[in-house]
Design a protein around this ligand. Sequence first.
Ligand SMILES: Nc1nc(=O)c2cc3nc(NCCN4CCCCC4)[nH]c3cc2[nH]1
Length: 376
Amino acid sequence: MTHAPQRFAFRLLATDGMARRGEITTPHGLVRTPAFMPVGTQATVKAMYTDQVRALGADVVLGNTYHLMLRPGAERVARLGGLHHFMQWPHTILTDSGGFQVMSLAQLRKLDETGVRFQSHIDGQKYHLTPERSVEIQGLLGSDIQMQLDECIALPAPEQEVQRAMELSLRWAERSRAKFEAMGGVEKGQGLYGIVQGGDVPHLRVRSAESLAAMPFEGYSVGGLAVGEPQEVMLRMLEVTTPAMPVDKPRYLMGVGTPEDILESVARGIDQFDCVMPTRAGRHGLAFTRRGKINLKNARHADDPRPLDEESDCPAARQYSRAYLHHLVKAGEGLAAMLLTWNNLAYYQQLMQGMRESIEAGRFQDYRASVKEGWA
Ligand SMILES: Nc1nc(=O)c2cc3nc(NCCN4CCCCC4)[nH]c3cc2[nH]1
């Protein structure tokens, strides 16, 4: 008899203040939290092999419904065996639902109660993305952790606009959930996350979180942040939002962030993160290190024989001189993006591992202080 796959599960292993150490079980393995999820928008973590991403300690990578529905197409990926096989990543995949990317990338967008109509930024083809179609696409891709379709608005925005978008997202949460259950996602052990909206308005944040908590989502995202608001506004919204979220489900802060953003957000109860920062910055000559950021475009590195960080266990940080990396960046060599992306993802995963260990040991505040000292 075909044995039913294990159900999606989250175990809280330790807490230290609001910081949490947990473990998510998905159909493709375990996700250790706090977790940083490298972004693999078009079925690749840019400039990296999947084995390398795994070797750095990543348990999950992020894919995007918007990009993959346009190219190569969700049905085509399904015909070819699903996204895990297509990109040769046999571990957990989380996918975003497309709403955020439509609003930031597509042309001629029209949003209404049914969903969002738009034209592809690639070839102008017309699409109608609904909560149901977004879940269907994520199912076709074989995503282990799926997102509801939501409406994320830029900040600052008038309160009635924030309320309208938050209430629409709640109605779309219901429709996304119904489609996910009709497609058998629960039985497959996949998870669907509700996304908390509410902008920078505390009582709307709490209403959104409490309404979603009444629905049986496997996890909850905090959306509508990292959209141009100051860091202190983002952190303040976390302080009002995470206490209103279920304590026994994963919490995912979308699109965040810098190492400092992540440290401060773990301190306020967030478990999962994704951001293009380490990979995009790597392609633009920027290295994240324990001593802060280094811009390798800068001529001051031209004769510097030192590596980025001789104590790092990542070859990109330990073996190559800053002079060489500066040369590669100035020469526009592809190896520059490869080595700096490798270094940056290594740094982010080392930061997450350090947080996980410090929470287990009840020493998160000491770890947070020591990391910040290094940047000073
Ligand atoms: N479905 C969905 N809903 C959101 O409210 C959302 C909110 C988000 N906020 C961001 N911020 C990304 C910020 N990023 C920082 C580095 C440079 C590129 C932009 N990504 C997001 C993705 C999101 N996805």
